[in-house]
Write a protein that binds this ligand. Sequence first.
Ligand code: GUN
Length: 292
Amino acid sequence: MTLIDGKATAATIKAEIAERVKEIVAAGNKRPHLAAILVGHDGGSETYVANKVKACEVCGFKSTLIRFEDTVSEDELLSKVRELNEDADVDGFIVQLPLPKQISEQKVIETIDYRKDVDGFHPINVGRMAIGLPCFISATPKGIIELLKRYEVPTSGKKCVVLGRSNIVGKPMAQLMMQKCYGDSTVTVCHSHSATLKQECREADIIIAAIGRPDFVTADMVKEGACVIDVGTTRVPDNTKKKGFRLNGDVKFDEVAPKCSFITPVPGGVGPMTICMLMQNTLLAGEKAIYK
Ligand code: GUN
């Protein structure tokens, strides 16, 4: 069994990005600049955004954090998005989700200029991804593809089951695993209403679990020699931890790992790759490599 080390892989990629940024700046070009909008004080979102800002420093990017209280109106937030669209110094930006209920997330996403949408959430990027055109690909699925590639996990012609159908992970993940230039796999998407979920998993060469249910994937659902990718990061109360909680994956790691050819841990698997791929998208945005 090979443990896929997302933390180490992400550190390697960030070092590669930092090297590239040095070249860009040495050639007299502008340092890539990522802006992030954070609304409210949700603990998870605060941590994610702080880690994104930290990763920008490691990569040598300029970063700007823009904060709003959770009482902000939709109009106020959309005005800021339009301002960032027009700001030539900002190469890419994100609006951290989820947003308070008075704000339509879809409206916000669609207001972001797709050429600066380094999250890859805008329908133009989603659509271009689906038909294999150059675009910003959302960070979590992109990070998983990168891990599979770097660990040389066989995917072509293999049976891949994606658990979960979210817009951020499940759907784009299934698209990428299906496409010839990425996974080239035979893909099945299962969700909370799939009658044959366990059977599908038992037949899978690759399981990508992104349903947000701690310890959902058990040993009886996994074929001997399968590759298991765990996207789950549910906060579970844990008094032995300083923060009072731990991050729990969707996979019951201890019993599943011995059956696997490859497996990602939680934490330290997919999580660090997600932020790293946001950095890669920001580099692409700074270089105007996808859109002029
Ligand atoms: N919330 C959870 N994951 C993400 C992400 O990748 N991007 C943004 N903007 N919000 C998130």
